[in-house]
Design a protein. Structure first.
Length: 189
């Protein structure tokens, strides 16, 4: 399987917690699919993997500017396009102002380009994010529309899921330096 990337155009970043939830993604996908026109066959691609972030300097309870380094691996896809089997993302690096263990939010931007392993891409624009916390899990769901490339006109849904930060990690020398979670990239049209 060849490597591909999910890229984020360079731009100023604003805080939002990176996270994802498969349950919320399924609900959101169901709502999008219910609203899709029935006149043509629907495109569908769901890819899952891991998201790993590092913080430099480490997060503490005191707000500070940190550099976030993110690397995602999304090697497993199920798609109506049988040539799509995976997508690998990152790495990304950008500053976060006023970040602390109580405020670790990352806004990946309003436009993301998904590079599929088959050499094609999908530009998802107009992304808006909703972050919620349930049962010790912080999730961010970004929804937008594929504006160019494969699946143009379909809905794009990106979801990140991370466990809540353990406050004791923030009290250690050097603070919290990294986290891992789940990422899901989905196109429904």
């Amino acid at each position: 399987m060849s490597s591909t990337t999910l890229s984020r155009p360079a731009r100023s970043r604003t805080p939002h917690r990176t996270a994802a939830a498969l349950v919320s993604l399924v609900v959101a996908a169901g709502l999008v699919a219910a609203a899709a026109p029935a006149a043509h066959a629907a495109a569908s691609t769901t890819c899952t993997g891991t998201a790993t972030v590092g913080y430099s300097p480490g997060l503490t309870l005191t707000p500070q500017t940190v550099t976030l380094n993110e690397s995602d691996s999304v090697p497993s896809c199920v798609s109506t396009d049988p040539t799509i089997t995976g997508v690998v993302t990152g790495p990304y690096s950008y500053p976060l102002a006023n970040a602390s263990c109580n405020n670790v939010q990352v806004d990946p931007g309003s436009v993301l380009v998904i590079h599929w392993n088959n050499g094609r891409s999908s530009t998802v624009g107009g992304l808006t994010y909703v972050t919620t916390t349930t049962l010790g899990i912080s999730q961010t769901i970004g929804t937008g529309t594929v504006s160019a490339g494969e699946f143009t006109g379909a809905a794009g849904i990106l979801t990140w899921l991370f466990p809540l930060v353990n406050p004791l990690s923030c009290l250690t020398p050097g603070g919290l330096t990294g986290q891992s979670g789940t990422i899901v990239a989905e196109v429904v049209g």
